[in-house]
Design a protein around this ligand. Structure first.
Ligand code: ADP
Ligand code: MG
Length: 411
């Protein structure tokens, strides 16, 4: 019994060290070869747990090799987990070749199981991930129990139960630590982005403001000149054009200042269905010019709380980007409907798409791949959605297209 508890504690620590290792590596600011080091750590954990199995009453042995495979599959890559299983089988050949066929079949089934839950696992909450871990462990424990009953080793039941429980707790804690590390990293990243954005927008707003003053002076003098009597027709025309151009510049700056304004001005109930339709109609001629089509499926009476001017700006930015992403034509599909307590608006284009790195940079100030791009459209749009307490999600595949999904709380 003492031996058993000792073994158990040892295995528990081996597995737990994986979680702490992950946290330590991923929190490093310097570039350490975190993936490589973590792979080595997983390999080491596998070797240790296989070399020092937990001995049961009556000569049965168990180890925790499933956990490293689990972590490798869901937190490194499929290839890594295959390699790990290959190493595992090789080792099994050394420590007990008679068990090799059973182990091979077991891990084949486990990998198939992992494949079938992979998508679900990657898109769910921490608690549900732990529940999935429990599900996997439950299956394993059941098969082990069946094997025990078959071999008629009734005295091992309690050991098996305790062992499975401890393994499951070790796996859960490891998943929890890894997930919390990832969450913390994400928050740090968002914070960094938010800081950068607020600094830049403040700076830009102050520059725009500074430009306004000298422009007012110029405009004043121009008006005085226009009042002169002995000007010829050409001079009159030039002054009129100059005044018009100054007014245009003024409007651009005013628009920009209103966008850079830190908080929403007028929050009101908006009929989003109407607003979206209007905006799409407004963009239609631009889209025809670019040989693209806007296809809409918009439910009626979708209402939100917000600033109509701002939300229209977001739609225009996304539509414009979508059109620009399809140089050889295509369609943008716009779907709007209610989703639980939110209005869900989806824009899907068939354009050039973005790779992961580009997707990460989307929304950063001045990030643009276009010759005449400003790299401000997405930054402003993300900010507007965030201030309306909404969420925006972007999925993209290079060469296939991009989907923007916006969720805004219903009014
Ligand atoms: P701009 O349009 O002025 O370049 P944005 O902030 O609107 O600035 O967009 C930033 C960059 O993100 C674009 O230059 C483009 O590379 C990329 N991008 C945005 N939307 C899409 C899209 N629908 N498809 C492909 N790339 C896109
Ligand atoms: Mg743009």
């Amino acid at each position: 019994m003492v031996e058993f508890i000792k073994d158990l504690i040892l295995h528990f620590s081996i597995i737990l060290s994986l979680g702490f290792m992950y946290n330590f590596l991923w929190m490093q600011k310097r570039s350490v070869y975190k993936k490589q080091v973590f792979k080595m750590a997983i390999l080491a954990a596998l070797l240790m747990t296989m070399a020092l199995p937990v001995r049961f009453h009556g000569g049965m042995e168990f180890d925790l090799k499933l956990v490293p495979v689990f972590i490798a599959f869901f937190y490194l890559s499929r290839t890594d987990s295959f390699l790990l299983v290959a190493v595992l089988l090789l080792l099994q050949g050394f420590v007990g070749i008679d068990k090799l066929p059973v182990t091979a079949v077991n891990y084949l089934v486990i990998l198939i199981l992992f494949f079938s839950i992979e998508k679900l696992y990657k898109n769910t909450t921490v608690n549900k991930k732990i529940a999935l871990g429990l599900f996997v462990y439950g299956m394993i424990t059941t098969t082990r129990l069946a094997a025990m009953i078959n071999a008629d080793k009734a005295e091992g039941y309690l050991y098996l139960l305790v062992f499975s429980l401890v393994s499951f707790v070790a796996l859960s804690v490891t998943i929890y630590i890894i997930e919390m590390t990832n969450l913390q990293l994400k928050l740090m990243h968002e914070l960094h982005k938010a800081e950068k954005f607020s600094a830049i927008s403040q700076l830009a707003a102050s520059v725009a403001h500074e430009i306004r003053n000298p422009m007012t002076t110029i405009r004043g003098f121009m008006q005085v000149l226009q009042g002169e009597k002995n000007l010829n027709d050409n001079q009159n025309l030039f002054i009129t054009i100059s005044l018009q151009e100054l007014d245009r510049t003024q409007t651009i700056i005013d628009n920009f200042l209103s966008l850079a304004k830190p908080n929403t001005g007028s929050m009101a109930k908006i009929d989003l269905s109407e607003l979206l339709k209007e905006t799409i109609d407004f963009m239609r001629s631009y889209s025809h010019l670019a040989n693209t089509e806007l296809v809409e499926a918009i439910d009626k009476n979708l209402c939100i709380n917000g600033d109509a001017h701002e939300i229209r700006q977001v739609f225009i930015n996304i539509l414009k980007n979508g059109i620009e992403a399809m140089p050889s034509g295509g369609s943008i599909y716009i779907i709007a409907k209610v989703d639980k307590n939110n209005v869900r608006i989806q824009f899907r284009d068939e354009g050039v798409g973005m790779n992961k790195e580009q997707l990460d940079r989307l929304g950063h100030p001045y990030y643009s791949t276009k010759e005449k791009g400003t790299g401000l459209g997405m930054m402003i749009s993300f900010d507007i959605i965030q201030r309306m307490r909404g969420r925006i999600n972007v999925e993209s595949a290079e060469g296939k297209g991009t989907t923007f999904t916006i969720l805004l709380p219903c009014e």
